[in-house]
Write a protein that binds this ligand. Structure first.
Ligand SMILES: [Zn+2]
Ligand SMILES: [Zn+2]
Length: 315
């Protein structure tokens, strides 16, 4: 899928939506952003969009402006069916351009096929334009394999711990790998799960096995974009809700020996000041463990280049 700016030798990551749950625009979220999950990757002549939260709307406007009369060809990779990961798609301008080609890929959900996940929200009475009426060449691809390719980019998928079916992805580009786990609760929650038929030892064994598999999946990633929705204090009252905390994100990033950790899926009730404090807290935890890991909060509008030495902030 060649395009002028997609052919640069570096992989480029751009954050169009960093928020979890619901969009919260306003003066208090200007720096980290108010739009829900959407990340654009340009690598190896591919345009790969991760999730279609409300951030996909400004991405669509930017793509239209960039490509003008040239066709836009892209892959949209969906982690799961929750609103904050799909609700922006009906407002993605390139989907209304007959010259454009959009492949939408994801796994079947709990009680819904992937096709239903993408088409049902665009049915009357929820939305006035159906998926079938979109004028771009749109293909919905149900994923059945945990390893596949998008052009020259190899993608590995793993199911993570989040209500329903939720995937995490790791993209292997020619200049480094990017792992994307926007929604994930640490498996240790099983240690304290109450409404489980399993005995405590069994639960702990499963939690440990799952965590080892996830650390293996993420091991050595250049960038890890990871759910850190809660402070550690908030997490105590949200165990089992499907999201992680600052310390669980740091601990997974350190154990998986990733090069850079970006805290993501910001809580809609956290303003910029609160998110600054959470990032400081993550850095303190890393120092206390005597480790060296670059950690930041993902910010809407920010671009990150791979190799990571050339990390570049726009905002
Ligand atoms: Zn979410
Ligand atoms: Zn979710």
């Amino acid at each position: 899928m060649p395009s002028v700016s997609a052919s640069s030798p570096s992989a480029r990551i751009k954050f169009w939506g960093t928020r979890g749950s619901i969009a919260v625009p306003g003066p208090e979220t200007l720096r980290y952003g108010g739009n829900t999950t959407c990340v654009e990757i340009r690598a190896d002549e591919e345009i790969i969009v991760l999730d279609a939260g409300s951030g996909i709307r400004p991405l669509g406007i930017a793509l239209d402006r960039e490509f003008q009369s040239r066709p836009i060809r892209l892959s949209l990779l969906i982690t799961h069916a929750h609103w904050d990961h799909i609700q922006g798609f009906p407002f993605f301008k390139p989907a209304y351009g007959p010259k454009n080609e959009i492949r939408i890929l994801g796994f079947d959900g709990a009680g819904a096929t992937f096709r239903e996940i993408m088409t049902e929200p665009m049915r009357s009475p929820f939305f006035p334009i159906s998926m079938r009426e979109l004028s771009a060449k749109t293909e919905i691809v149900k994923l059945t394999e945990m390893k596949f390719s998008l052009g020259k980019v190899d993608v590995h998928a793993a199911f993570v711990n989040h209500p329903g079916v939720c995937a995490g992805y790791r993209l292997f580009t020619s200049t480094g790998s990017i792992a994307f786990l926007p929604d994930h609760e640490p498996y240790q929650f099983l240690h304290s799960a109450r409404d489980s038929d399993m005995n405590p030892e069994e639960r702990i064994k499963i939690a440990e096995e799952q965590r080892i598999a996830l650390v293996d999946f993420l091991h050595g990633s250049d960038i890890l974009i990871l759910d850190a929705q809660y402070t550690d204090a908030e997490y105590e009252t949200h165990i089992g809700w499907g999201h992680g905390s600052v310390s669980s994100a740091v601990s997974l990033g350190l154990d998986a020996e990733v090069r850079r950790l970006l805290l993501f899926h910001h809580n809609p009730s956290h303003d910029d000041t609160m998110l600054d404090a959470m990032v400081d807290d993550a850095r303190r935890l890393i120092r206390e463990r005597g480790k060296d890991l670059q950690v930041d909060g993902a910010r809407e509008g920010e671009e990150v280049l791979l190799p990571t030495d050339h990390a570049n902030r726009c905002k």
